[in-house]
Design a binder for this molecule. Structure first.
Ligand code: NAG
Ligand code: NAG
Length: 142
């Protein structure tokens, strides 16, 4: 009798753990797959254009030219593994570079609307809801 009870208890604990594990996994996956919006703004001096070319492992979003005060935006669902990474080549008359514009591991708690300003000295990233940039990427080449 004692023995049977013990087996039942262990079985129930195992089922409970399995249930918690499945629930946690679904939550992680759902969170990882939430839609992310990336917005890149032209904040260069008046009259200056630049080009932006974003890619992930699976997608090439092509080259886009931005005129003064224009914005380039794209959005995507994260992958279920939480490893989504988009990088962009940015070319201005002042300098250029290739930068991680969205890195799930860096940005998971940082933004779902991820804003970047392209300025004369480099690229400024903003945590969602914040006015002041928390990431500054200076030009790799000038
Ligand atoms: C700058 O970009 C705008 C909009 O894409 C375009 O109409 C314009 O011709 C561009 N200017 C130059 C100097 O390339
Ligand atoms: C952002 O800046 C504006 C004006 O500079 C200010 O009124 C506002 O309170 C700021 N918001 C935050 C979240 O810091």
């Amino acid at each position: 009798m004692m023995y049977k009870n013990k087996v039942t208890t262990i079985l129930i604990l195992r089922l409970l753990m399995l249930f918690l594990w499945v629930a946690a996994t679904f939550e992680l996956v759902e969170d990882a797959r939430r839609m992310v919006h990336v917005i890149v703004l032209n904040k260069l001096p008046p009259g200056q254009n630049f080009t932006v070319h974003c890619k992930s492992k699976d997608d090439d979003l092509g080259v886009h030219e931005l005129g003064p005060q224009q914005a380039y935006t794209f959005h995507f669902h994260g992958n279920i593994f939480g490893t989504t990474l988009f990088f962009c080549g940015i070319n201005t008359d002042y300098g250029n570079g290739v930068y991680d514009i969205y890195d799930r591991r860096r940005d998971r708690d940082r933004c779902f609307i991820c804003i970047w300003d392209v300025k004369q000295d480099g690229v400024y990233g903003y945590r969602e809801g914040s006015n002041s940039s928390d990431i500054f990427l200076k030009w790799v080449k000038t």
